[in-house]
Design a protein around this ligand. Sequence first.
Ligand code: CA
Length: 234
Amino acid sequence: MSEKVLVVEDELALRETLAYNLDRQGYQVETAGDGQAAIDAARRFKPDLIVLDLMLPVLDGFEVCRVLRQEMTVPIIMLTARDEEIDRVLGLELGADDYITKPFSMREFIARVKAHLRRIRLIHAEISSDIPATSEQIRIGDLTLDLTRREALLNQKALMLKPKEFDLLFFLVRNRGHVLTREYILEKVWGWDYSGGSRTVDVHIRWLREKIESDPNSPSRIITVRGSGYRYEG
Ligand code: CA
């Protein structure tokens, strides 16, 4: 079964170009031209990945992302036209996994799509191999990670993690005790070479800490190793 990609873009020419190139890569593709159509298509088509333009008629990409995030954990790559939107996209009250700034090359676009789908496949492979079939959860101390739902519990209490924060936490926990450089984290968790990289990692680490280290009496879990990177303890 080939993987399914939903392309949401109101510019007809770009929408068709993206769909054509994804189709040539062997993906099943559906398209939508406005925000409401995107939500309907996502519910019906159940894509493995969504490419979502930010500026859309009816409902914009932010709104679409907000709605879909309450229903599904599918990776979402945002297409943005302006650099200044990036902080908001990455800020991801929204929960987008990634963004690409227009204009972009088709080669870069396909590489990103592949990287995200590969990451999801790896997570699924992880679920089916390492962990007993009855459980899709990993428990380390007071922390529980639910791999299928991409949810984390701390002391039985749900942490409201964005998808990328979950992936980052999962990666840190899996490699606990080891120092991980920002570059390594970026490559493994984001799955692509991004020039503004260390800042992305640092920002996500900060958000993660605010959620998992909120109790001032408990020891820190994510240790900053000066000049090197980060290490998870716990
Ligand atoms: Ca647009």
